[in-house]
Structures are given as C-alpha cells and as structure tokens.
Write a protein that binds this ligand. Structure first.
Ligand code: GCV
Length: 721
C-alpha cells in the first residue's frame, strides 16, 4: 500500500495588518472565499505556523490539492506560500517512522491501521516536537489528501487553533452524490437558480471555468459523484454526440475526485437504438445496453453508472413489458458491472390507477423484490413516502429491505419549500430523517445506519441530494440556499454532525467570524425550517401546495389525477381534517416496524408534528397545548408568519456586518418570504374555515382578502419543461 501525503511545515513569522472586508460580494466564491484573516493575533500565529508546502508526489488530484492550498493559504494569510520541495524524502520518513508527539499518527503509520482510512479518509495531524513540528496531511489516496487539504483550509477559515492537530476523518457513506435534474435544452426541472450549468452547446470544446469551481466546491465537502442529467431522462444523452460532451466534463471533475453518472431512459434501445423493444429480458436489448456501457467506459473510464426513474410519472420501464423493477435494474447492472459501475434504481413509484394510498405504493412494489437485485444495485428512496414535503415521517422502505443497499434521496432544491426566495436551512430536515429510528432491528436502527450500510453490513452505501445549483452568478439563487448544498455534503460525509455545527461553519466561511453575527445568523437558520412548516403545512398537513407550480398554497387544488390534488391529502370536511393512515383508514402505518406503528397510531404518543399525516381528527380535538385542533392550527400558521418577521428583524440587526450586496439581496428575499407566508396563512386558514365553521380567535390580525382571492394568484410560477 502506498501512502501519499502532503506536508506543511512551520517557519518564521511575518507581521501583518488588519483588513476587514466589506466589499460588495456576489456570492460566486461560495464558502471558499479565502479572504485575509481579519483577526490580527490569529493571523500572526497562522503566518508563523505555515510557510511552505512539501509534497511527495504528483497526480492530477494532487495538483488540485496543491492549487487549493496555495490559493487558500495565500489568500487567508495574505502572503505567497511556496511549494518548497516535491517528492520529499523527509516527509516520507515522517510517515514511515513513528513521529513523536502524536498517538494518532503513531497508530496510523501501521499499514493495517492506515487501511481503515479507506479511499477517502485522511489524517491532519501535528507531528514532531519543539522547533521541529510539522502539519501532516496523510491518506491512502490522492483524493484523501485533497479532502484533508480542504479540511485544513476550513480550520483556518473558521479561525480554529492549528497547533495540536489530531484529526482523523473517514466518511460514513461511500457514494455521496448530487443529482441534477438538468435537461439537455438547458432548463432545470425544479431549478430556481437560473439555467443549467452544463453548456451543451459549447461542450466538449469549451470548458467553462465554472466546471472547475463547481468541482472544487463539491470536493470541499466530500461530494464524490454527480448525476448530471434529469431523472426524467432524454435518450439523446447516451448518444455518441452527447457522450463526448459528458466525457469532457468528466475530465474536469476527475481532478477533484468526482465521478460522473448519467440517467438512463429505459426506452433508449428503441428511441436511439432502433430496436423494437426495451424488454429487459430480451437478449438484443441486453446486448444493446452492454455495448452502450462499453462505449461509455471507453470514453469515461471512471464513469459511475446509471440512475433510473422507471414506471413512475409516465416514464418508461420494465413493467411496460410485464417485468419488474429488479429485472430492469439487473439488466443495467450487468452492463456496468464489468467496469465497476453501479445502478441507482429509484423507488419513487406510484400510480393513480392503483386505488391504494399513494404513501404505501412504493413499499408495496419494492419489498417483495428484496434480495432479487444484483450486487451493484442501489434502491434510491426519497426521505419520505410522498414527495419532499416540508415535513414527512421517514419512508417506510428504510429498514424494510435488509438485503438491498438503500440509497437516500434528499431534495436540496426547494421545490416545496419556498423555491428560490425563501430562507429555509434544510439540515434540520435532513437530520430529522437520518436520526429517526426505524426499529428494523430493534431500538437504535436509525435511518442513518440503514443508508451508511452498518445496520445490515452492506459494502455499498450511498446518499444523493437533488441539486439546487444553476448558472446564477451565486450558484443557488438565494444567498442562504448555498448553505443547503454545503450542509448536504457535510452530512453525507458525517451524518452525526449537528445542524448547528454545520451552520456555524458555513456562516463563518461565507460571511465572517464575528461572534455576534454568527449567533444571530445561526438562530435564523436553525428556526427557518420549523417556521416554514408552520406557515405552509403544520401539524402533519402535506401536499396542499398549488398543483401547477408547487410554489404557493393550493389546499383547493383539485384538478387532474386524484393523487395530485390537495383534498386527497388534507381530507378536510365538516367533521375534521387529516389523513387516517391507521387501521381504520389506509393502514399505511402497518408498513412501519411495530414499535413505530404503535407509537404513531396512538394519539397519546403520536408526535403532533405528524398528527394529520396519520389521523383524521375532529376540529375540537384537544392538542397538548390544551387548544382545540382548529385553534392550534391557527396559532401554528400565525407563528409561521411571525417567525419570518423575526428573521427580518434579526437580519436587520446585522446591517453593516455584512457587505451591502448580499445584505440587500437577503433583505429583499425576506420581504418576499414574509408576503408569501401571509399568503399561505390567510388562504389556508380561510379555506379550512369553510369546513370547520369556526372563527379565527380574537387577537390575531384579520386576513386582508378572502381565500378565493389567493386562489387566483399564480405564485412564482416556473413552467415545468
Ligand atoms: C423529476 C416530483 C417533482 C418532479 C420530479 C419527481 C421525481 O413529482 O415534482 O418534478 O421529477 O418528483 O422525483 O421524479
């Protein structure tokens, strides 16, 4: 086993001056800004500590790490940081021997111990003693070194001490992927930050510098794969013309340890291959996919594999030929297996022709297939059983397919959470799901353990986030939406990190290290998701947004197939509101482990956040607060609006502590958010009032307009392409 590392060594100190930057910023640099450290004492100590970089080898990924260190350190320290030696025998001997003063490196210099770091893990440690101390970044692979380099830079960016480092990082999940819902025409399905980053028109010849910056940002949080095309796939993406373009992108991403994946349209053999069928059991079809895989791997030797949406929302799939999901997935899996590829087969399936509760259908279709998939197949499951709602209980498939590696699918883009203009920090949503106990193997069987593979000892483990990235100058539209990209990556690496820790890191790197600023901005972020749930879908309500665009309220939306309408989900009537999923209703609860089902079925133990998800309750039902359900619903909606107003005040208190450009950007968006929170509140409570026939309690501000007025608003409608 070869050990590769990079070494930064201590040297002289140089004086410096204070330089606080409040220059206008457009957000392009994300959390990798590397402005000069504005704390003079700290700057001096860092400058004293770090003078040069020594490395033992060269590869494309090493060059990326070196570049990042050079750019980052010279920006943060405001001085040139030299690479003083390459192929350093000194550095080599440090790792090969047992360096003094650090127990971690002592244990990890043993090859067997070093193996535990795997392909992506790394050490960032202080070795030696007295005047002969060094910072060492050690890993088994150049990718590990790259991740370690970003870690070291993060320490500096967030003003952490670096004198006695003892860091060992090993990611908990192996495949950490972004899923782009980007179409070949440049549009992005559910994208709110401009059009697609991928400029198909100019590829493969022109490689925009943004591709490198995108890869840097991903690598900085450990994301190691990207599916660059929409799950509602276009067969043309797999034609030679497009594969050449994909290969060009892959050359950029490879330098940052990122593998490229593509979505596969199941009917491709017919649409672009000229075959008569796409039946997965047909030998000609199988051969077509095998040859397609060979062709792709010739161009992209480290191609990751395919993501497939099949027999879902009108997409073609194996069921069109009387076959099942395993038949379809296995055909593709066999095609990529010889090349080391994987298949991610989505479990997001439901049909309005099936009379059963939509929340149950995916479990019903997939659990009988457990154990029937090839070894290189993941079943990719959305976090909840419906569709990326502001709050959902965890999907019942987590823990229900022990023989199959299950990949998590989160949505980073805010389709149902205010889209491009609402400040909603999603780490608390991600954590709520990851930390939920499935009881699949008794207490302590959290969703996180299902997906990191430890619950069932799966060698494959994966997590995907539907990207919120576009070609807007600041990448994600809302300046705070960048935090969701960041948080997804950090949790994919280590799902045990807290939402607060991640928010703190992101704020320090994206804005500044001022303690007062961090405290206020963290509070805003931490409360934002609950605030949004309150003004959109409190107490377990779900899927009551406008049918056409999902951006505004639409509890009245009642067009098209039943399972796309709001009344299907809220079931409000004169007797009460909510979806009965207990044994007296759809019995969806029976799909969970008995402990979970019992807790949620019993009104005394069901958390109120899931109340109307699982129960249809009378308007005068008594909540824990002592209020009636009707009054409680109203107080949640009003507190949601108040929460946004509080965010506005908090942000106002930060005026002058952040550059004007980003300050005003956020200020303007908070104004929109407040307006839309009022829109949600007024329309939902008045709409439901028709059923409850109860008054809005005194003391609350009166809705300005009747719900029919709000019904006519189209929201920030973005056409679905
Ligand atoms: C990519 C929801 C979204 C669709 C999305 C689909 C899916 O229905 O509204 O835009 O399609 O989920 O995840 O496949």
């Amino acid at each position: 086993m070869q050990i590769k590392f990079k070494r930064i060594f201590l040297a002289l100190f140089v004086m410096c001056g204070l330089w606080l930057s409040l220059r206008a910023e457009d957000g392009y640099r994300l959390w990798l800004r590397y402005d000069k450290i504005d704390n003079p004492t700290l700057l001096l100590s860092y400058r004293k500590a770090i003078t040069g970089i020594q490395m033992d080898e060269q590869s494309a990924i090493f060059a990326s790490a070196l570049n990042e260190l050079k750019t980052g350190l010279s920006g943060l320290l405001d001085k040139e940081v030299f690479v003083v030696a390459k192929n350093s025998p000194v550095a080599g001997s440090l790792v090969a021997g047992t360096p003094q003063g650090n127990s971690l490196v002592a244990s990890f210099t043993h090859p067997e111990e070093m193996k535990k770091l795997g392909d992506d893990g790394y050490l960032v440690i202080t070795v030696g003693s007295g005047n002969n101390q060094h910072l060492l970044i050690a890993a088994n692979t150049d990718k590990g070194v790259l991740y370690g380099s970003f870690h070291l830079l993060r320490l500096l960016q967030t003003h952490q001490p670096i004198d006695r480092l003892n860091i060992c990082e090993i990611p908990k999940i192996k495949c950490r992927l972004l899923n782009h819902w980007d179409n070949l025409d440049g549009s992005v399905e559910r994208g709110y930050a401009g059009t697609s980053l991928w400029d198909w028109h100019k590829l493969p010849e022109y490689l925009s510098p943004r591709y490198t910056d995108y890869a840097r940002a991903n690598a900085s949080v450990g994301i190691n794969g990207t599916v660059i095309t929409n799950v509602n796939a276009n067969a043309r993406a797999l034609t030679p013309e497009y594969l050449e373009k994909v290969a060009a992108l892959a050359t950029v991403f490879r330098r940052y340890g990122i593998r490229v994946f593509l979505t596969a349209r199941f009917s491709s053999p017919i649409e672009t291959g000229g075959l008569k069928t796409a039946d997965p059991l047909d030998a000609g079809v199988q051969q077509w996919w095998n040859e397609k895989a060979d062709e792709i791997y010739k161009l992209i030797p480290d191609f990751g594999g395919f993501l497939i949406k099949a027999n879902s929302e009108g997409q073609p799939g194996p069921q069109d030929y009387g076959r099942n999901h395993a038949d379809g997935a296995n055909m593709l899996a066999k095609a990529v297996a010889p090349h080391g590829g994987i298949v991610m087969w989505r479990a997001f399936v439901y049909s309005h022709e099936v009379p059963d509760d939509r929340a149950k259908q995916s479990y019903s279709e997939f659990t009988p297939l457990d154990g029937k998939f090839e070894k290189n197949v993941f079943v990719q499951v959305k976090n909840g059983p419906i569709d990326f709602q502001p709050r959902e209980p965890f999907h019942p498939l987590f823990g229900a397919m022990p023989k199959t590696p299950i990949m998590m699918e989160f949505q980073i883009t805010q389709e149902y959470l205010g889209q491009g203009t609402h400040l909603v920090y999603l780490a608390p949503l991600f954590k709520e799901v990851l930390d939920a106990d499935t009881y699949a193997k008794g207490k302590g069987s959290e969703v996180a353990k299902v997906i990191d593979g430890t619950l069932e000892d799966h060698p494959l483990s994966g997590i995907a986030g539907v990207a919120n990235i576009g070609n807007d100058r600041n990448w994600c539209g809302h300046p705070f939406a960048q935090s969701n990209w960041y948080a997804f990556g950090r949790l994919a690496w280590n799902h045990q990190l807290s939402s607060e820790t991640i928010a703190g890191e992101w704020i320090r790197m994206t804005f500044n290290n001022d303690a007062g600023f961090i405290a206020v901005a963290t509070k805003m972020m931490m409360q934002s998701r609950e605030t949004t749930v309150n003004y959109m879908t409190p107490l377990g309500l779900h899927h009551i947004m406008a049918f056409e665009h999902h951006s505004g309220p639409g509890p009245w939306s009642n067009i098209g197939r039943a399972d796309w309408t709001s009344p299907y989900y809220h079931r409000a009537d004169s007797l009460g509101i909510g979806f009965d999923r207990t044994s007296t209703g759809s019995s969806a609860l029976s799909q969970y482990a008995p402990e979970v089902a019992a807790e949620w079925a019993d009104l005394r133990t069901c958390p109120e956040k899931y109340l109307l998800w699982f129960h249809h309750l009378p308007w005068d039902y008594k909540l824990n607060s002592g209020e009636t359900l009707w009054n409680g619903l109203i107080s949640h909606y009003y507190s949601g609006v108040e929460g946004v107003r509080k965010m506005q005040k908090d942000w106002e208190s930060l005026r002058g502590k952040v550059d004007v450009q980003r300050f005003e950007h956020v200020e303007a968006y908070l104004k929109i958010q407040e307006k839309e929170a009022v829109w949600w509140r007024n329309s939902c409570i008045q709409y439901f009032q028709q059923f409850s026939n109860l008054p809005i309690p005194v003391g609350y501000e009166k809705p300005e307009m009747p719900w029919e007025y709000y019904k006519k608003l189209t929201g920030r409608k973005i056409l679905r392409f």
